[in-house]
Ligand binder design. Structure first.
Ligand SMILES: [Zn+2]
Length: 78
């Protein structure tokens, strides 16, 4: 079954893509799967993508209490 994710801003179908998560020094830590809006560039993660992303961060010891807020901020900044 194909998952269709629509951008909450543009109401257009978001495309599967990749995004890089950066640390505070702007070093790329993790490349992960996302849905990206071709119109405004908004990025969203499905629950499955989020699970895998968090898993990668956890494996690197980068996921923990307090990191969540920062991550959300970074997502919005994109
Ligand atoms: Zn959009």
């Amino acid at each position: 079954m194909k998952i269709v994710v629509k951008c909450p801003h543009c109401d257009v179908e978001m495309k599967a893509g990749k995004d890089a998560y950066f640390d505070d020094n702007n070093d790329i830590i993790v490349i992960h799967d996302v849905f990206r809006c071709p119109s405004c560039g908004e990025i969203m993660l499905s629950s499955e993508q989020m699970k895998r992303f968090v898993g990668k961060l956890s494996a690197l010891g980068l996921w923990g209490e307090g990191k969540r807020v920062e991550l959300v901020d970074k997502r919005r900044a994109l």
